[in-house]
Design a binder for this molecule. Structure first.
Ligand code: IPD
Ligand code: CA
Ligand code: CA
Length: 264
């Protein structure tokens, strides 16, 4: 497999998709809801996913595609090469703010993350990584992450997990919020993972993420030494939805051991 060629191809596809998203602001955007009234999708999410899929199917007919909007393949096993795509991660931000959303893509071979991309479209910040080749922001190599104690850590976590919920003991999360240095929530898992990779967040966690939210970012943060698992400490399989944490080494163990009590 010529991963260098696939890397160049994926980068140019993502840049072109970003251009198409920026152009879409001149049009009227149609907004629908999915699982609930706050789960938004637009015609642009669908068009961008279809754009990726038509190109990938034409040029890599034996690869499979797992895309959020469902135009790709029904993926139930990790065999072969799979492109895991979120055409717009942070659709609520896309709709309400017209910024703080990203294209997220991970390319996996037999379950191993080979290439990862996060493109923060409006900031024009492009993060990428290839397996054992390091992680980059706009072609500048990102340094390895050093351990940080919890009381000096900024944690990416959504405020909803501090409210009573059916996934996790919210009182422990409230204690985590109190005992770390600060918390942030950006509304795009991919952008939050880019912040972890660049050392601007020390950890990011969520109780319910899909493979397309984390596939690209997991490759990128892994290349700078962050630890990524589900909230039981097991590897995420990139096929099913589940819990997720990415954190600096050491901090990952502290959070899982002392602050997470899952109900699911
Ligand atoms: C969502 C964002 C959000 C996260 C949600 C995701 P979407 O993705 O990443 O930050 O909290 O769980 O579903 O729907 O905007 O692609
Ligand atoms: Ca997403
Ligand atoms: Ca999305």
């Amino acid at each position: 497999m010529d991963w260098g060629m696939i890397d160049r191809y994926a980068k140019s596809l993502i840049k072109e998709a970003g251009h198409r998203i920026r152009l879409s602001f001149a049009r009227e955007i149609h907004i629908d809801t999915k699982a609930d009234a706050n789960d938004l999708v637009t015609d642009i999410d669908r068009e961008i996913e279809q754009f990726f899929i038509s190109r990938i199917r034409r040029d890599f007919p034996d690869h499979r595609i797992l895309g959020e909007e469902g135009f790709g393949d029904q993926v139930e096993s990790s065999e072969g090469v799979i492109w895991i795509l979120d055409p717009i991660d942070g659709t609520m931000n896309f709709v309400h703010q017209k910024r703080n959303f990203a294209i997220s893509l991970g390319i996996y071979a037999d379950g191993a993350g080979m290439l990862g991309y996060i493109y923060d479209v409006m900031a024009d910040d492009f993060y990428h990584a290839f397996r054992d080749g390091g992680a980059y922001r706009n072609d500048e190599r990102l340094p390895q992450l050093e351990p940080t104690p919890l009381n000096e850590a900024i944690i990416g976590v959504n405020a909803s997990w501090v409210c009573p919920n059916r996934y996790v003991d919210h009182e422990r999360i409230a204690r985590l919020v109190n005992e770390c240095r600060g918390t942030r929530s950006y509304g795009s898992a991919a952008i939050e993972l880019a912040h972890v990779a660049a050392g601007r967040l020390d950890a990011y966690m969520s109780m319910r993420l899909a493979p397309w939210d984390i596939a690209g970012g997991s490759v990128i943060v892994g290349e700078v030494g962050a630890v990524t698992t589900d909230l039981r400490g097991m590897e995420n399989d990139m096929i099913t939805k589940g819990t997720f944490i990415a954190a600096r080494p050491g901090l990952h163990e502290t959070i899982l051991k002392d602050y997470i009590d899952l109900k699911i």
